[in-house]
Design a protein around this ligand. Structure first.
Ligand SMILES: NC(=O)c1ccc[n+]([C@@H]2O[C@H](COP(=O)([O-])OP(=O)(O)OC[C@H]3O[C@@H](n4cnc5c(N)ncnc54)[C@H](O)[C@@H]3O)[C@@H](O)[C@H]2O)c1
Length: 350
């Protein structure tokens, strides 16, 4: 493969505009084409990033452009169809999170990637934050001991998305859990070394999104009478190794400020990613060790994520976000929705 792989992007909304396209540009790669049902938005992005071809139909784009790799940046419910189509055409696929709407879909997608001999990776950009990387290095050093408990927190104070189709099940499958919760869930699974989840107890609620005054406060960005996803979720995940993880996520909550962090508790030390601190006993004294890493910068995380993805596409590295991890994230999400719907613990599907 030549040094600059042929990249095509499907979707020209927020994820493409803020994450994928600037990150390809920052890595000196100009995508060969972009597709969006709305060609007007695709045209704007194409001009900005000097992309030579714009399509309304992603199938036509893939057939004509024969990309080496495709970025999938469309609402969640459409990921499966596009990923399978791109893999079948012989492209590697970087797919936005959450990769699928069920474990059955996710397994089908990774099986298709295996059969095609192509890589499929979920775009979990928080893995590339300096904080996350630093805490992972400390976990790898063995200094934490046995990590027996974690917390994955993605709480917004008043942050229901003000664009897109996040608010409707028919396009997005779920709400806060799939928009922001999945970021910290994935990070926790990665930092805890991907333990096997066995049981989930969850509760979910829709407390803000259906209220007209809240929609009005956020520029009437959605129709509150049609808002049918959760804006709050809490889940306790039990793992086969005896560890547990508390996931808390919301698009709106009456709290002091937004909180995005993973906490790990080990037998020898604890840690949080934001703020990046390690907590331990030193010579019999509890000590908080503040890590000197640059502040969590999500723009930089996208640039590093795409740099890694380009190395994967060139055959130089294996995907940092592994299929087994993404499948466990999906299993937990499925079980959480089931538990919340049924009002009892849900066993995690194999
Ligand atoms: N990693 C991150 O930080 C991050 C941030 C935002 C969104 N996302 C993810 O990115 C995905 C898209 O979210 P978004 O905020 O960009 O949404 P968006 O609504 O801003 O953009 C989606 C775009 O996809 C287009 N589209 C939909 N179906 C299509 C199809 N079949 N063919 C071509 N184009 C199609 C729409 O016209 C729209 O322009 C979601 O899965 C979301 O979870 C990730």
């Amino acid at each position: 493969m030549p040094d600059a792989p042929r990249i095509a992007v499907i979707g020209a909304g927020w994820a493409a505009r803020i994450a994928h396209l600037p990150a390809y540009t920052a890595n000196s790669v100009t995508p060969v084409a972009i597709a969006d049902l709305n060609t007007a938005v695709a045209d704007v992005e194409a001009k900005k990033h000097h992309i030579p071809a714009v399509y309304a139909d992603w199938r036509e784009m893939i057939a004509k452009e024969k990309p080496d790799a495709v970025s999938v940046c469309v609402p969640n419910v459409y990921h499966r169809e596009l990923v399978l189509g791109a893999l079948a055409a012989g492209a590697h696929v970087l797919c936005e999170k959450p990769i699928a709407t069920s474990i059955a879909e996710a397994k089908e997608m990774f099986a298709a990637a295996n059969a095609a001999g192509k890589h499929l990776m979920a775009a979990q950009n928080w893995r590339w934050n300096e904080n996350s990387r630093a805490i992972r290095r400390i976990v790898d050093s063995g200094d934490m001991g046995d990590v027996y408990y974690g917390e994955a927190t993605a709480l917004r104070r008043l942050g229901i998305p003000t664009w897109g189709l996040f608010h409707y099940k028919q396009h997005s499958h779920g709400g806060a859990m799939l928009d922001v919760g999945v970021h910290m869930l994935d990070l926790a699974i990665y930092l805890m070394d991907n333990p096997r989840p066995v049981r989930v107890s969850a509760q979910m609620a829709t407390k803000f999104g259906q209220r007209p005054e809240i929609a009005k406060q956020l520029r009437n960005a959605w129709d509150p009478t049609k808002f049918d996803v959760e804006d709050f979720a809490v889940a306790l995940v039990h793992f086969e190794n005896g560890a547990s993880l508390l996931l808390r996520t919301s698009w709106a909550t009456h709290i002091e400020a937004e909180q995005f962090s993973v906490r790990l508790c080990g037998t020898e030390a604890g840690a949080t990613t934001i703020p990046p601190v390690v907590y331990r006993n030193h010579a019999g004294i509890p000590v908080d060790e503040k890590l000197r890493v640059p502040p969590a910068d999500w723009t930089a995380s996208y640039t590093r994520e795409i740099a890694h993805w380009l190395r994967v596409v060139r055959g130089e590295e294996q995907p940092m976000v592994k299929a087994e991890e993404t499948l466990n994230v999906q299993r937990i999400i499925d079980a959480a929705y089931r538990s919340a719907a049924e009002g009892r613990d849900a066993a995690v599907e194999a």
